[in-house]
Design a protein around this ligand. Structure first.
Ligand code: ATP
Ligand code: MG
Length: 473
Protein backbone atom coordinates (compact mmCIF):
# COMPACT_ATOMS: atom_id res chain seq x y z
CA UNK A 1 0.00 0.00 0.00
CA UNK A 2 1.11 3.59 -0.53
CA UNK A 3 1.39 5.74 2.55
CA UNK A 4 1.56 9.07 0.83
CA UNK A 5 -1.24 11.05 2.22
CA UNK A 6 -1.31 10.32 5.90
CA UNK A 7 1.06 10.26 8.74
CA UNK A 8 2.81 7.09 9.71
CA UNK A 9 2.67 5.86 13.27
CA UNK A 10 4.42 2.85 14.69
CA UNK A 11 0.99 1.26 15.10
CA UNK A 12 0.61 1.28 11.35
CA UNK A 13 2.62 -1.78 10.40
CA UNK A 14 1.16 -2.08 6.91
CA UNK A 15 3.23 0.90 5.84
CA UNK A 16 6.45 -0.83 6.65
CA UNK A 17 8.02 -3.15 4.12
CA UNK A 18 9.22 -6.32 5.83
CA UNK A 19 13.00 -6.37 6.18
CA UNK A 20 15.14 -9.45 6.37
CA UNK A 21 17.88 -8.49 8.75
CA UNK A 22 21.16 -10.31 8.44
CA UNK A 23 24.03 -10.67 10.87
CA UNK A 24 26.84 -8.85 9.06
CA UNK A 25 30.41 -10.06 9.26
CA UNK A 26 33.17 -7.91 7.80
CA UNK A 27 34.22 -9.32 4.40
CA UNK A 28 38.00 -9.18 4.03
CA UNK A 29 38.25 -11.27 0.85
CA UNK A 30 36.06 -9.49 -1.73
CA UNK A 31 36.39 -5.90 -2.77
CA UNK A 32 33.31 -3.70 -2.70
CA UNK A 33 33.99 -2.59 -6.32
CA UNK A 34 33.64 -6.18 -7.52
CA UNK A 35 30.17 -6.56 -6.04
CA UNK A 36 28.77 -3.02 -6.27
CA UNK A 37 28.78 -0.17 -8.79
CA UNK A 38 29.67 3.15 -7.20
CA UNK A 39 27.13 5.82 -8.15
CA UNK A 40 26.86 9.44 -7.01
CA UNK A 41 28.08 10.82 -3.70
CA UNK A 42 25.32 11.10 -1.06
CA UNK A 43 27.14 12.84 1.73
CA UNK A 44 30.34 13.65 3.49
CA UNK A 45 31.08 12.86 7.08
CA UNK A 46 33.80 13.16 9.64
CA UNK A 47 35.41 9.88 8.72
CA UNK A 48 34.85 9.53 5.01
CA UNK A 49 32.24 9.67 2.31
CA UNK A 50 28.90 8.09 1.57
CA UNK A 51 28.08 6.94 -1.98
CA UNK A 52 25.01 5.48 -3.59
CA UNK A 53 25.81 1.90 -4.61
CA UNK A 54 24.11 -0.61 -6.84
CA UNK A 55 24.58 -4.27 -6.09
CA UNK A 56 25.70 -5.92 -9.35
CA UNK A 57 23.97 -9.25 -8.63
CA UNK A 58 20.55 -7.94 -7.62
CA UNK A 59 20.46 -4.37 -8.96
CA UNK A 60 19.46 -3.20 -5.47
CA UNK A 61 20.34 0.35 -4.48
CA UNK A 62 22.33 0.77 -1.25
CA UNK A 63 24.36 3.43 0.52
CA UNK A 64 28.08 2.77 1.03
CA UNK A 65 29.78 4.52 3.92
CA UNK A 66 33.51 4.57 3.07
CA UNK A 67 35.57 5.26 6.18
CA UNK A 68 39.29 5.82 6.00
CA UNK A 69 40.83 3.16 8.20
CA UNK A 70 44.58 3.03 8.00
CA UNK A 71 45.33 2.73 11.69
CA UNK A 72 44.26 -0.23 13.82
CA UNK A 73 42.22 2.20 15.94
CA UNK A 74 40.20 3.37 12.88
CA UNK A 75 39.62 -0.22 11.74
CA UNK A 76 38.44 -1.13 15.25
CA UNK A 77 36.04 1.86 15.28
CA UNK A 78 34.51 0.98 11.92
CA UNK A 79 34.20 -2.66 12.94
CA UNK A 80 32.53 -1.62 16.18
CA UNK A 81 29.95 0.36 14.16
CA UNK A 82 29.11 -2.88 12.29
CA UNK A 83 28.90 -4.88 15.51
CA UNK A 84 26.57 -2.34 17.11
CA UNK A 85 24.40 -2.21 13.99
CA UNK A 86 24.07 -6.00 14.16
CA UNK A 87 22.25 -5.45 17.45
CA UNK A 88 20.08 -2.66 16.07
CA UNK A 89 17.39 -4.26 13.96
CA UNK A 90 14.49 -1.86 14.16
CA UNK A 91 12.38 -0.13 11.49
CA UNK A 92 13.35 3.34 12.77
CA UNK A 93 17.09 2.61 12.60
CA UNK A 94 19.09 2.33 9.39
CA UNK A 95 20.38 -1.21 8.98
CA UNK A 96 23.61 -2.59 7.65
CA UNK A 97 23.53 -5.22 4.88
CA UNK A 98 27.24 -5.89 4.35
CA UNK A 99 30.68 -4.65 5.31
CA UNK A 100 34.09 -4.82 3.66
CA UNK A 101 37.60 -4.24 4.90
CA UNK A 102 40.09 -3.25 2.21
CA UNK A 103 43.56 -1.74 2.47
CA UNK A 104 43.03 1.69 4.02
CA UNK A 105 39.23 1.50 4.11
CA UNK A 106 36.27 -0.05 5.86
CA UNK A 107 33.04 0.13 3.89
CA UNK A 108 29.61 -0.28 5.44
CA UNK A 109 26.87 -1.12 2.96
CA UNK A 110 23.62 0.26 4.37
CA UNK A 111 20.01 0.26 3.33
CA UNK A 112 19.53 3.29 1.09
CA UNK A 113 17.33 5.97 2.59
CA UNK A 114 16.03 8.15 -0.19
CA UNK A 115 14.12 10.98 1.48
CA UNK A 116 16.94 13.23 2.73
CA UNK A 117 17.19 15.08 6.02
CA UNK A 118 13.94 15.47 7.97
CA UNK A 119 14.39 19.21 8.53
CA UNK A 120 14.92 19.80 4.80
CA UNK A 121 11.60 18.07 4.16
CA UNK A 122 9.75 19.99 6.85
CA UNK A 123 10.60 23.31 5.23
CA UNK A 124 9.33 22.13 1.82
CA UNK A 125 6.22 24.02 0.69
CA UNK A 126 3.86 21.04 0.60
CA UNK A 127 4.58 19.92 4.15
CA UNK A 128 2.28 20.78 7.00
CA UNK A 129 4.21 21.81 10.10
CA UNK A 130 2.30 21.79 13.38
CA UNK A 131 2.75 20.34 16.85
CA UNK A 132 0.73 17.33 15.72
CA UNK A 133 3.04 16.51 12.82
CA UNK A 134 6.02 17.14 15.12
CA UNK A 135 4.65 14.69 17.71
CA UNK A 136 4.57 12.10 14.98
CA UNK A 137 8.24 12.62 14.11
CA UNK A 138 9.28 12.73 17.76
CA UNK A 139 7.42 9.52 18.60
CA UNK A 140 9.10 7.72 15.70
CA UNK A 141 12.51 8.96 16.83
CA UNK A 142 11.70 7.94 20.42
CA UNK A 143 10.68 4.51 19.26
CA UNK A 144 14.11 4.01 17.58
CA UNK A 145 16.06 5.57 20.45
CA UNK A 146 14.08 3.58 23.04
CA UNK A 147 14.94 0.37 21.19
CA UNK A 148 18.65 1.30 21.11
CA UNK A 149 18.62 2.00 24.82
CA UNK A 150 16.90 -1.34 25.50
CA UNK A 151 19.82 -2.96 23.67
CA UNK A 152 22.19 -1.09 26.00
CA UNK A 153 23.46 1.23 23.25
CA UNK A 154 23.69 5.05 23.30
CA UNK A 155 23.81 6.93 19.99
CA UNK A 156 25.78 10.00 21.22
CA UNK A 157 25.37 11.93 17.97
CA UNK A 158 21.65 12.61 17.71
CA UNK A 159 21.13 15.75 15.65
CA UNK A 160 18.81 16.81 12.80
CA UNK A 161 21.32 15.72 10.11
CA UNK A 162 21.17 12.16 11.39
CA UNK A 163 17.38 11.92 11.15
CA UNK A 164 16.38 11.17 7.58
CA UNK A 165 13.14 10.47 5.73
CA UNK A 166 12.46 7.03 4.32
CA UNK A 167 11.28 8.38 0.97
CA UNK A 168 10.31 11.60 -0.75
CA UNK A 169 6.62 10.84 -0.36
CA UNK A 170 5.93 9.77 3.20
CA UNK A 171 6.60 10.96 6.70
CA UNK A 172 8.44 7.97 8.13
CA UNK A 173 11.89 8.74 9.49
CA UNK A 174 14.97 6.73 10.39
CA UNK A 175 17.98 7.42 12.55
CA UNK A 176 21.37 7.04 10.85
CA UNK A 177 25.05 7.30 11.77
CA UNK A 178 26.08 4.99 14.58
CA UNK A 179 29.70 6.09 14.18
CA UNK A 180 29.88 7.44 17.74
CA UNK A 181 27.46 4.95 19.34
CA UNK A 182 28.63 2.99 22.36
CA UNK A 183 27.45 -0.01 24.31
CA UNK A 184 27.09 0.86 27.98
CA UNK A 185 27.79 -1.88 30.51
CA UNK A 186 26.46 -1.53 34.05
CA UNK A 187 29.15 -0.24 36.39
CA UNK A 188 31.55 0.71 33.59
CA UNK A 189 31.69 4.50 33.22
CA UNK A 190 32.12 5.74 29.66
CA UNK A 191 33.44 9.23 29.05
CA UNK A 192 33.52 10.67 25.56
CA UNK A 193 35.04 13.69 23.85
CA UNK A 194 32.82 13.79 20.83
CA UNK A 195 29.55 15.06 19.43
CA UNK A 196 28.31 18.23 17.80
CA UNK A 197 28.43 21.38 19.94
CA UNK A 198 24.77 22.43 19.73
CA UNK A 199 23.47 18.99 20.65
CA UNK A 200 25.90 17.67 23.28
CA UNK A 201 24.74 17.26 26.85
CA UNK A 202 26.45 19.08 29.76
CA UNK A 203 28.03 15.83 31.04
CA UNK A 204 29.90 15.38 27.72
CA UNK A 205 31.40 18.86 27.93
CA UNK A 206 32.37 18.25 31.56
CA UNK A 207 33.94 14.92 30.51
CA UNK A 208 31.80 13.03 32.99
CA UNK A 209 30.33 9.56 32.36
CA UNK A 210 27.55 9.49 29.79
CA UNK A 211 24.30 7.56 30.13
CA UNK A 212 21.19 6.78 28.13
CA UNK A 213 19.74 10.16 29.05
CA UNK A 214 22.70 11.82 27.27
CA UNK A 215 20.75 11.02 24.09
CA UNK A 216 17.56 12.37 25.67
CA UNK A 217 19.17 15.80 26.10
CA UNK A 218 19.99 15.86 22.37
CA UNK A 219 16.37 14.90 21.61
CA UNK A 220 15.28 17.88 23.74
CA UNK A 221 17.44 20.17 21.59
CA UNK A 222 16.11 18.60 18.36
CA UNK A 223 12.51 19.01 19.55
CA UNK A 224 13.14 22.62 20.57
CA UNK A 225 14.46 23.43 17.08
CA UNK A 226 11.70 21.45 15.40
CA UNK A 227 9.01 23.47 17.17
CA UNK A 228 10.63 26.91 17.26
CA UNK A 229 13.38 26.98 14.61
CA UNK A 230 15.61 28.40 17.34
CA UNK A 231 18.60 26.47 18.62
CA UNK A 232 18.47 26.79 22.42
CA UNK A 233 22.20 26.92 23.15
CA UNK A 234 23.59 28.33 19.94
CA UNK A 235 26.20 30.98 20.61
CA UNK A 236 28.29 33.20 18.35
CA UNK A 237 30.80 30.36 18.12
CA UNK A 238 31.28 26.82 19.48
CA UNK A 239 32.97 28.02 22.66
CA UNK A 240 29.99 30.21 23.48
CA UNK A 241 27.60 27.37 22.61
CA UNK A 242 29.41 25.00 24.97
CA UNK A 243 29.37 27.64 27.70
CA UNK A 244 25.62 28.14 27.22
CA UNK A 245 25.07 24.38 27.63
CA UNK A 246 27.26 24.22 30.73
CA UNK A 247 25.38 27.08 32.34
CA UNK A 248 22.14 25.18 31.69
CA UNK A 249 20.21 28.40 31.05
CA UNK A 250 17.78 28.38 28.19
CA UNK A 251 14.35 29.75 27.53
CA UNK A 252 11.70 29.99 24.84
CA UNK A 253 11.65 33.31 23.06
CA UNK A 254 8.44 35.27 23.45
CA UNK A 255 7.01 34.28 20.09
CA UNK A 256 7.59 30.55 20.65
CA UNK A 257 6.34 30.76 24.22
CA UNK A 258 3.07 32.17 22.95
CA UNK A 259 2.61 29.66 20.14
CA UNK A 260 3.46 26.34 21.82
CA UNK A 261 1.09 24.32 23.96
CA UNK A 262 1.97 23.99 27.67
CA UNK A 263 2.35 20.30 27.16
CA UNK A 264 4.98 20.73 24.41
CA UNK A 265 6.92 23.14 26.59
CA UNK A 266 6.75 20.74 29.52
CA UNK A 267 8.06 17.92 27.31
CA UNK A 268 11.11 19.94 26.27
CA UNK A 269 11.69 21.19 29.81
CA UNK A 270 11.81 17.62 31.11
CA UNK A 271 14.44 16.69 28.54
CA UNK A 272 16.68 19.73 28.88
CA UNK A 273 17.51 19.04 32.52
CA UNK A 274 21.13 19.72 33.37
CA UNK A 275 21.12 16.86 35.88
CA UNK A 276 21.00 13.75 33.70
CA UNK A 277 19.12 11.77 36.38
CA UNK A 278 16.24 14.26 36.23
CA UNK A 279 15.75 13.86 32.46
CA UNK A 280 12.98 11.74 31.00
CA UNK A 281 14.09 8.30 29.81
CA UNK A 282 12.96 7.22 26.34
CA UNK A 283 10.24 5.10 27.93
CA UNK A 284 8.99 7.99 30.07
CA UNK A 285 9.13 10.34 27.08
CA UNK A 286 6.90 8.05 25.01
CA UNK A 287 4.40 8.20 27.85
CA UNK A 288 4.54 11.97 28.25
CA UNK A 289 1.08 13.48 27.58
CA UNK A 290 2.40 15.59 24.66
CA UNK A 291 3.47 12.41 22.81
CA UNK A 292 0.68 10.16 24.03
CA UNK A 293 -2.34 12.38 23.80
CA UNK A 294 -2.40 14.17 20.46
CA UNK A 295 -5.61 15.97 21.42
CA UNK A 296 -3.70 18.34 23.71
CA UNK A 297 -1.25 19.48 21.02
CA UNK A 298 -1.70 22.83 19.44
CA UNK A 299 -2.96 22.74 15.84
CA UNK A 300 -1.45 26.12 14.98
CA UNK A 301 0.79 26.17 11.93
CA UNK A 302 4.41 26.58 13.04
CA UNK A 303 6.84 28.86 11.27
CA UNK A 304 9.25 27.27 8.81
CA UNK A 305 11.26 30.43 8.24
CA UNK A 306 13.43 29.98 11.32
CA UNK A 307 14.05 26.32 10.49
CA UNK A 308 15.22 27.46 7.05
CA UNK A 309 17.65 29.84 8.71
CA UNK A 310 18.81 27.07 11.05
CA UNK A 311 19.53 24.83 8.03
CA UNK A 312 21.43 27.58 6.22
CA UNK A 313 23.58 28.22 9.28
CA UNK A 314 24.17 24.49 9.77
CA UNK A 315 25.51 24.15 6.21
CA UNK A 316 27.82 27.08 6.71
CA UNK A 317 29.07 25.80 10.07
CA UNK A 318 29.75 22.30 8.81
CA UNK A 319 32.92 23.60 7.22
CA UNK A 320 34.41 24.52 10.58
CA UNK A 321 33.33 21.42 12.49
CA UNK A 322 36.77 19.87 12.77
CA UNK A 323 37.97 22.53 15.19
CA UNK A 324 35.43 21.47 17.80
CA UNK A 325 37.58 18.70 19.23
CA UNK A 326 40.49 21.08 19.54
CA UNK A 327 38.38 23.64 21.32
CA UNK A 328 36.89 21.13 23.69
CA UNK A 329 40.34 19.86 24.65
CA UNK A 330 41.51 23.40 25.28
CA UNK A 331 38.44 24.10 27.42
CA UNK A 332 39.06 21.00 29.48
CA UNK A 333 42.72 21.69 30.07
CA UNK A 334 41.74 25.23 30.93
CA UNK A 335 39.31 23.90 33.49
CA UNK A 336 41.76 21.53 35.14
CA UNK A 337 44.53 24.16 35.12
CA UNK A 338 42.37 26.48 37.12
CA UNK A 339 41.68 23.70 39.66
CA UNK A 340 37.96 23.68 38.83
CA UNK A 341 37.59 27.20 40.15
CA UNK A 342 34.78 29.13 38.47
CA UNK A 343 35.87 30.64 35.17
CA UNK A 344 36.28 34.37 35.28
CA UNK A 345 35.22 36.81 32.57
CA UNK A 346 38.87 37.47 31.73
CA UNK A 347 39.51 33.74 31.25
CA UNK A 348 36.46 33.53 29.01
CA UNK A 349 37.38 36.38 26.74
CA UNK A 350 40.96 35.13 26.56
CA UNK A 351 39.91 31.63 25.52
CA UNK A 352 37.43 33.09 23.04
CA UNK A 353 40.20 35.12 21.47
CA UNK A 354 42.47 32.08 21.25
CA UNK A 355 39.77 29.97 19.67
CA UNK A 356 38.69 32.48 17.10
CA UNK A 357 42.36 33.05 16.25
CA UNK A 358 42.82 29.28 15.82
CA UNK A 359 39.73 29.00 13.67
CA UNK A 360 40.84 31.91 11.46
CA UNK A 361 44.30 30.44 11.15
CA UNK A 362 42.95 27.11 10.05
CA UNK A 363 40.66 28.41 7.28
CA UNK A 364 42.58 28.15 4.02
CA UNK A 365 42.11 27.17 0.37
CA UNK A 366 43.97 24.02 -0.67
CA UNK A 367 47.63 24.28 -1.67
CA UNK A 368 50.01 21.55 -2.75
CA UNK A 369 52.97 21.85 -0.38
CA UNK A 370 54.55 19.01 -2.32
CA UNK A 371 53.37 18.72 -5.96
CA UNK A 372 53.35 15.66 -8.22
CA UNK A 373 56.59 14.67 -9.98
CA UNK A 374 56.99 13.04 -13.39
CA UNK A 375 57.41 9.28 -13.21
CA UNK A 376 58.93 6.74 -15.58
CA UNK A 377 58.12 3.06 -15.11
CA UNK A 378 58.62 -0.20 -16.91
CA UNK A 379 55.36 -1.82 -18.00
CA UNK A 380 54.17 -4.46 -15.56
CA UNK A 381 55.62 -2.65 -12.54
CA UNK A 382 53.75 -0.19 -10.37
CA UNK A 383 53.82 3.60 -10.39
CA UNK A 384 53.21 5.96 -7.46
CA UNK A 385 52.26 9.58 -7.77
CA UNK A 386 52.55 11.35 -4.47
CA UNK A 387 51.64 14.85 -3.32
CA UNK A 388 50.92 16.68 -0.09
CA UNK A 389 47.86 18.88 0.34
CA UNK A 390 47.22 21.56 2.94
CA UNK A 391 43.99 23.43 3.50
CA UNK A 392 41.03 23.73 5.86
CA UNK A 393 38.26 22.51 5.85
CA UNK A 394 39.71 19.17 4.70
CA UNK A 395 39.92 19.39 0.89
CA UNK A 396 38.09 16.92 -1.26
CA UNK A 397 40.45 15.20 -3.69
CA UNK A 398 39.86 14.01 -7.24
CA UNK A 399 42.37 12.39 -9.61
CA UNK A 400 42.26 12.69 -13.40
CA UNK A 401 44.01 10.88 -16.24
CA UNK A 402 44.09 12.74 -19.56
CA UNK A 403 41.29 14.96 -18.24
CA UNK A 404 38.93 12.13 -17.19
CA UNK A 405 38.21 11.30 -13.52
CA UNK A 406 39.91 8.15 -12.24
CA UNK A 407 37.63 5.57 -10.65
CA UNK A 408 39.30 3.51 -7.96
CA UNK A 409 39.80 -0.09 -9.05
CA UNK A 410 42.16 -2.98 -8.42
CA UNK A 411 44.82 -1.26 -10.55
CA UNK A 412 44.16 2.34 -9.49
CA UNK A 413 44.28 2.89 -5.74
CA UNK A 414 43.94 6.27 -4.09
CA UNK A 415 45.21 6.88 -0.60
CA UNK A 416 44.44 10.06 1.27
CA UNK A 417 45.51 10.49 4.85
CA UNK A 418 44.30 13.03 7.40
CA UNK A 419 47.80 14.51 7.41
CA UNK A 420 47.19 15.62 3.79
CA UNK A 421 49.43 13.00 2.22
CA UNK A 422 47.83 11.79 -1.02
CA UNK A 423 49.00 8.97 -3.31
CA UNK A 424 47.80 7.39 -6.51
CA UNK A 425 49.14 3.89 -6.99
CA UNK A 426 48.88 2.30 -10.42
CA UNK A 427 49.74 -1.36 -10.31
CA UNK A 428 50.66 -3.54 -13.28
CA UNK A 429 51.36 -0.48 -15.45
CA UNK A 430 50.31 -0.77 -19.11
CA UNK A 431 51.63 1.26 -22.06
CA UNK A 432 48.16 2.81 -22.30
CA UNK A 433 48.60 4.27 -18.78
CA UNK A 434 51.22 6.69 -20.12
CA UNK A 435 50.06 10.30 -20.07
CA UNK A 436 49.27 13.20 -17.78
CA UNK A 437 47.88 12.62 -14.27
CA UNK A 438 46.29 15.44 -12.32
CA UNK A 439 45.34 15.70 -8.66
CA UNK A 440 42.68 18.30 -7.88
CA UNK A 441 41.89 19.45 -4.33
CA UNK A 442 38.97 21.70 -3.44
CA UNK A 443 37.26 23.06 -0.35
CA UNK A 444 34.88 25.93 0.40
CA UNK A 445 37.72 28.45 -0.02
CA UNK A 446 39.06 27.36 -3.41
CA UNK A 447 40.65 24.78 -5.63
CA UNK A 448 44.19 23.74 -6.60
CA UNK A 449 45.72 21.31 -9.06
CA UNK A 450 49.01 19.61 -9.68
CA UNK A 451 49.91 17.36 -12.60
CA UNK A 452 52.74 15.19 -13.81
CA UNK A 453 53.46 12.78 -16.63
CA UNK A 454 53.86 9.01 -16.54
CA UNK A 455 56.16 7.53 -19.15
CA UNK A 456 55.93 3.78 -19.65
CA UNK A 457 58.86 1.82 -21.04
CA UNK A 458 58.00 -1.52 -22.60
CA UNK A 459 59.85 -4.45 -21.14
CA UNK A 460 60.86 -6.15 -24.38
CA UNK A 461 61.22 -3.39 -26.86
CA UNK A 462 61.05 0.35 -26.92
CA UNK A 463 60.57 2.30 -30.07
CA UNK A 464 63.07 5.07 -30.13
CA UNK A 465 61.20 8.22 -30.95
CA UNK A 466 64.34 9.93 -32.11
CA UNK A 467 65.53 7.56 -34.85
CA UNK A 468 62.42 5.45 -35.46
CA UNK A 469 64.21 2.14 -34.76
CA UNK A 470 63.31 -0.55 -32.25
CA UNK A 471 65.82 -1.23 -29.49
CA UNK A 472 65.90 -3.84 -26.77
CA UNK A 473 65.88 -2.62 -23.17
P1 ATP B 1 28.96 12.88 10.62
O1 ATP B 1 30.04 13.87 10.36
O2 ATP B 1 27.58 13.45 10.38
O3 ATP B 1 29.04 12.19 11.94
P2 ATP B 1 29.50 10.36 9.37
O4 ATP B 1 30.84 10.21 8.71
O5 ATP B 1 29.41 9.70 10.67
O6 ATP B 1 29.10 11.84 9.47
P3 ATP B 1 26.89 9.60 8.29
O7 ATP B 1 26.19 10.65 9.09
O8 ATP B 1 26.54 8.20 8.59
O9 ATP B 1 28.46 9.77 8.34
O10 ATP B 1 26.66 9.90 6.75
C1 ATP B 1 26.99 11.15 6.17
C2 ATP B 1 25.87 11.59 5.25
O11 ATP B 1 25.65 10.62 4.20
C3 ATP B 1 24.51 11.70 5.93
O12 ATP B 1 24.33 12.96 6.55
C4 ATP B 1 23.52 11.47 4.77
O13 ATP B 1 23.38 12.64 3.99
C5 ATP B 1 24.26 10.45 3.91
N1 ATP B 1 23.85 9.08 4.27
C6 ATP B 1 24.34 8.32 5.27
N2 ATP B 1 23.75 7.10 5.34
C7 ATP B 1 22.83 7.09 4.34
C8 ATP B 1 21.88 6.10 3.88
N3 ATP B 1 21.78 4.92 4.48
N4 ATP B 1 21.09 6.41 2.83
C9 ATP B 1 21.21 7.64 2.24
N5 ATP B 1 22.07 8.60 2.62
C10 ATP B 1 22.89 8.35 3.65
MG1 MG C 1 26.15 12.02 10.41
Amino acid sequence: MICMSYLFTDEDPECEEPVEYTEVTVNTTDRVDNLYIKLEKLGMGKFGQVYKLQEKRTGKIRAGKFSKARLQKDIANARSEVELMNKLHHPRLVHCVAAFQEPGWVILVLEYIAGGELFERIVADDFEHTEITSVDYMSQILSGVGYMHQQGIVHLDLKPENIVCVSKVDTRVKIIDFGLARKLEPGVPVKVLQGTAEFVAPEVIAYEPVGFTTDMWSLGVICFILLSGESPFQGENDTETLQNITSGNWEFDEETDAVLSDSAKDFIRRLLQKNMKSRLTAEQAVNHPWIKDKAISSTKTLSKEKIKKFLARQKWQKTGKAVLALKRMAMLSHKSDSNSSPTTDTDDSESKKVFSFLQEQLQRPPVFSSPLKDQAEVSGSSARFHCHIEGFPDPEVLWFFSGSPIQESKRFEIEYEDSGSCTLIISDVLPSDAGVYMCQASNSHGQAETSARLTVHCLRAERSIRDGTVKTV
